[in-house]
Write a protein that binds this ligand. Sequence first.
Ligand SMILES: Cc1cc2nc3c(=O)[nH]c(=O)nc-3n(C[C@H](O)[C@H](O)[C@H](O)COP(=O)(O)OP(=O)(O)OC[C@H]3O[C@@H](n4cnc5c(N)ncnc54)[C@H](O)[C@@H]3O)c2cc1C
Length: 475
Amino acid sequence: MLAVVIVLWHIGPDFYQCHLIGKDIIAMKKRVMIVGSGFRGFCDALHLLDNPDVEIHILDSAPFFGGVMHSLDIQGFSVDKGVHIFDSIPVALADVVTEIMDGQVHEIDFVSASAFNNKVTPGFSLPDLASLDDSAVKEKIRAELLALASNVPSTLAGTLQELFAQRYGRTAAEIFSAIFQKVYGISASEVEATAIAQTSMGRLKFLDDPDMLDLKKDPFLDTVLAARRKAVGKVDDFVSIYPSDGDAMKGWCNRAVGWLKSKGVRITLGQKITTIVETDANVTVHTDKDVFEVDTLIWSNDSLRALGAALDIPGDVDGHQYGTPMLFATLLTQADKVRDLTYLQNFDPDQLTYRSAASGRFSHQVRADGVSFVTCECPAEIGSAYWNDPESLGADVWAEIKELGVVDADAELVAADIKRIPVSFKLAKLGYADAFKTFHADVANRHDKVVLRDVVPFFRRDIYLDSAHLSELVA
Ligand SMILES: Cc1cc2nc3c(=O)[nH]c(=O)nc-3n(C[C@H](O)[C@H](O)[C@H](O)COP(=O)(O)OP(=O)(O)OC[C@H]3O[C@@H](n4cnc5c(N)ncnc54)[C@H](O)[C@@H]3O)c2cc1C
């Protein structure tokens, strides 16, 4: 029979802790703090919710939930910072996203296009080398690829440039390296080969891929370098969805807060961690406003500088990343003048835009007067003429996306907003992997209640799958 139990409730808003005193001790819940409310923090919480013995607290230094998914407010529209879609996510995750949105999601059937060599190729999301004019260059690429197919290199590529050469031959590698430099603003010889996973070039087929080997039998070899999007992954297992309530990804972020709270998750935003002290008993987290005691802390963001400072562990892993600055243009125009296109990726090294998206259309944001918007991510060097005078970019980008067919030739530019984004994609410069390994080992050697994982997944699908392993680390 159960003994008499006294239950005391205490501690702060939205949070409770249950102390049980009596003859039969019932196990206390494990208090887990997740630091970071981006998609990684969300997925970590989601997987931990399966464990009824865990109490979850998400803490973020930003005043809003969702990290990079939290959209900007621009001229009355909710505008995602770049293209943000629940892209090729497992069905189980799509069900959760749909529940959070009260069913208000729609499936994205990607209508993509790519531009290369001043030609637009519909249906492609990669540079289409078939559009090269010089048949001698194409022939060289063909010969190099076939030579590689019969002699797959065994050494690991150190730089991205080496990886391109190993996979596609020297001629194609030069082309891809020039494209990479244009889009990401750094030479492929200065970043680690693993950086490919964070870029659209990660979708390029490569030699080990059986599909590609098969395609080699096809005389039109050039096209194998530009795999059609639907050929990537098993489409049936993954879906691509987007919120349809007209508030873009920000709407999802805000609803996720309510949903998590309804499940008992505590959320603290706008607090910066100053120190983390681990003892045999617990972890004490000091922020600029509060002190929290937890049993386990999970570092669910990529600011290792902040973690190092809080734990007093030296090292500058973040200094080995390149931030890829972008100028981000939101261009307002009549919705019916925007082509039926999810996005177009422009791989022409001498042009301004990288990715142009019909985001106003697919986020169901059209004003009563018929005005909606397109967005363009434009690589730009910090300190360049456009960077110093972003407003001057609007008209030039508008002319370019008309040429590219993102909007109709007679579309009118109603308004333009250009934002500077100093850090968009974070790419691993040479030395990053070693610095990360050392830092990770330092954290693991000194702390067993502070969890820093040794993988940093990029796409939402991979983040979700990686978070599934968290319960083993927290147990
Ligand atoms: C422009 C762009 C577009 C993308 N589009 C897609 C897409 O369409 N589909 C896709 O699958 N992936 C996309 N990605 C990849 C994207 O990075 C992931 O999908 C995911 O949203 C990242 O989540 P995250 O939690 O790792 O990082 P973030 O979203 O950056 O979240 C990290 C959070 O941690 C917080 N934080 C940082 N430091 C601290 C600290 N010291 N203390 C407390 N909190 C801290 C931050 O404030 C932030 O809220 C895109 C990435 C970029 C940059």
